[in-house]
Structure formats: C-alpha cells, structure tokens
Design a protein around this ligand. Structure first.
Ligand SMILES: [Zn+2]
Length: 159
C-alpha cells in the first residue's frame, strides 16, 4: 500500500514523472511502494489513486468515499449531510464487513486469533474515522464556514 505524501517545500531538486524538473523550494507529491523507488510529481501531475493504489478492498472503499467529498456550491447543512452519509457508508462498506470477517474467524477457530483481533482493530479505526466525520459534520457553523477549511480539517482515512 502506498499513500501520497505532500511536501510544501522540496529540500532538493526532484524530477516530476511527467518529465520536468521540480525545483528545490517548490511543492511536490510523492509515494513509494515497498521495494520500489520513490515516485515524485509536481502538483499538476499527481497520479490517480488507481496508479499508486492498494490491494485492500477496505482501503479502496475508504479512498472512494474520501474522493467523493465535493462541497462545491453547497449549503452548510448539505455539507453536513454529505459527511454523515459518508460515515454511514464507512460503517456499511468497511466497519461491518471487517467485523463479520473477524467473527467468521472466531467462529471457525472457536476462539479469537491474532488475525481476528487485527480485523477488529482495523474496524475500530474505521469506526473512529466515521465518528470524526460525524463530529466534523456537527461542528460546521452555518454562519461562518468555507469549503476549503472544512475540506482541509477533515480527518483522513486510516491506513
Ligand atoms: Zn509535473
């Protein structure tokens, strides 16, 4: 699994995958997959998630939910609805399936295992994320908010 990392000020020159130089001091984005070289991009040539993606269906679902956030031209209550819907989707698509997998393992083995515990932990991390989104939804002040800061303050999905 690789995630994009953003750097505001490059400490040295990098090369964008699109073929041009990223000068020291400018922003860039990078990811690195296990056993592979670091891939660097300028902000204009950031790759799509499918390119640096993940094998986990749960992480994919989380990224799809995150990518779906779009608060353009919405009212505050519509933004809240979107965040609450996202929290519901996280529970349906990620938290519950993870808990079910954990339970199936426990039923199969007759006891908890390292893997079932790990699934429960991951499920809890996603549940926490859903709750953070709900709390963000509840804290939007209808009289004083803007898309950009709401977007910037949203908690990111768990790894
Ligand atoms: Zn570029």
């Amino acid at each position: 699994m690789a995630r994009l990392r953003r750097v505001n000020k490059a400490q040295k020159d990098w090369k964008c995958r699109a073929g041009h130089k990223i000068a020291k001091g400018s922003p860039y984005v990078w990811y690195q997959k296990a056993y592979q070289a670091r891939q660097t991009f300028c902000p204009e040539h950031v790759p799509s998630r499918s390119e640096y993606g993940t094998n986990s269906p749960y992480i994919s679902a989380a990224w799809a939910i995150e990518d779906g956030f779009d608060f353009t031209d919405l009212e505050a209550d519509e933004v809240s609805d979107q965040l609450n819907d996202a929290a519901a989707a996280i529970r349906d698509e990620i938290v519950e399936p993870l808990n079910e997998s954990a339970q199936n393992m426990v039923d199969g083995f007759g006891h908890e295992t390292y893997q079932s515990e790990e699934l429960v932990e991951r499920s809890q991390a996603f549940e926490d994320w859903a709750q953070e989104l709900e709390s963000a939804a509840g804290s939007i002040d209808p009289d004083d908010w803007d898309e950009e800061s709401v977007m910037a303050d949203l908690p990111g999905s768990p790894e």
